[in-house]
Design a protein around this ligand. Structure first.
Ligand code: SAH
Length: 353
């Protein structure tokens, strides 16, 4: 059993079955044994590869987007440029290179990284050494300025709860004791007042997922952006609405049992974009597929420019990266982009007419 598996088993033995959000928070965020606290999980040698680690083109398109939205809102002369869950800092480094071509943007930006993992903060400090980043634990500790922010594959890492409808009540999915380690069990039926509105769209026997941590962050971002201006761009896998069990684990680039090795696999769930949009209280633009979004921002022209003068494997690599980021059978349609902007703000680029 992993060290975290033992901690989970002891907690369950002492207090009874554990909620899924507590299990996820332990596995991902435990300060000593948590998944993100103990490693840099990205890339070929790690467990999964994210879009910014596939190609510089991804971060560059985000940088172009941020610069355009900042300009559309009157180019405020001081603003917070923030990334939630920046991983290795690759996206922000590429975005800053692209956005800095717009005069005034770089000087006006105060760069903040919202990151909990000390290990990844060190990697980010390296990658972004030339940009003087600061770190924050949450949105409310960011300075009171317009907030232009990006969250790529961030919300999927936040803990969820699962409820199964049983006619007029709900049963919550828990992590309970088992013969050879923890296993998923259903709790006793309860009325769950916060789910009353879900009787309309969740039929009997179906599972609904709730991400309170994500909704709280969206609400804080919404309050700040409504008061000071700005925008949040969310890119993640998930749906606008969505029913069903999407709790999953990945290790070494392959799906695995989320209970098999606590603390050693990445745990995620699909992002329910509508819930985040509603929690923010902002104007939601999108969602559109990542492929469509990147195409509208000019990723194909950028790929052509990078490919110019190259041939053989160097050329093939750029073609493959472009395909991976945009093609519907790769990341192009499973991943979606959603923008949250102040009510009445100009429509941001990338989302169509
Ligand atoms: N955006 C990056 C990394 C995605 S992985 C990329 O696209 O490559 C998720 C990131 O969110 C990691 O950096 C992880 O440490 C961070 N994270 C997870 N939970 C967090 C939380 N509650 N607050 C801040 N950061 C968190």
């Amino acid at each position: 059993m992993t060290p975290l598996g033992r901690i989970v088993a002891e907690r369950i033995a002492a207090d009874g079955p554990m909620r899924l959000d507590a299990y996820m928070a332990h596995c991902l965020g435990h300060p000593e044994h948590g998944y993100y606290a103990t490693r840099d999980p990205f890339g070929q040698a790690g467990d999964f590869t994210t879009a910014p680690e596939i190609s510089q083109m991804f971060g560059e398109m985000i940088g172009t987007w941020l610069a355009q939205v900042w300009m559309d809102q009157g180019s405020p002369d001081r603003f917070v440029l923030a990334e939630f869950g920046p991983g290795r800092g690759t996206l922000m480094a590429d975005a800053l290179r692209a956005a800095s071509r717009l005069p005034g943007f770089r000087d006006a930006a105060v760069l903040y990284l919202v990151e909990t993992s000390p290990t990844l903060r060190r990697v980010q400090a390296d990658t972004l050494a030339d940009h003087g980043p600061r770190w924050a634990d949450d949105v409310t500790s960011l300075p009171d300025l317009p907030l232009f922010a990006i969250a790529n594959e961030f919300f999927d890492a936040l803990p969820i709860r699962q409820f199964q409808r049983a006619e007029t009540v709900w049963r919550e999915r828990m992590v309970g004791p088992g013969d050879d380690g923890p296993r998923l069990v259903w709790g006793p039926p309860r009325s769950e007042g916060h789910l009353t509105t879900r009787f309309a769209d969740v039929r009997d026997g179906a599972i609904v997922e709730v991400c309170a941590a994500g909704e709280a962050i969206a609400a804080d971002v919404g309050t700040r952006i409504a008061a000071c201006g700005g925008a949040l761009l969310i890119i993640d896998y998930g749906e606008w609405d969505g029913i069903g069990d999407t709790f999953q684990a990945v290790s070494r680039h392959a799906p695995t049992d989320p209970l098999a090795a606590p603390g050693e696999a990445d745990l995620t769930a699909h992002v329910r974009l509508r819930a985040l949009a509603e929690a923010s209280g902002l104007q939601a633009v999108g969602p559109v597929g990542q492929g469509e979004f990147l195409e509208r921002l000019g990723i194909t022209e950028r790929a052509r420019a990078l490919a110019a003068g190259r041939d053989g494997p160097a050329l093939d690599a750029i073609v493959a990266q472009h395909r991976r980021l945009t093609h519907p059978s790769e990341m192009g349609s499973l991943f979606r982009a959603l923008a949250l902007v102040p009510p009445g703000a100009p429509s941001p680029p990338g989302f169509g007419p």
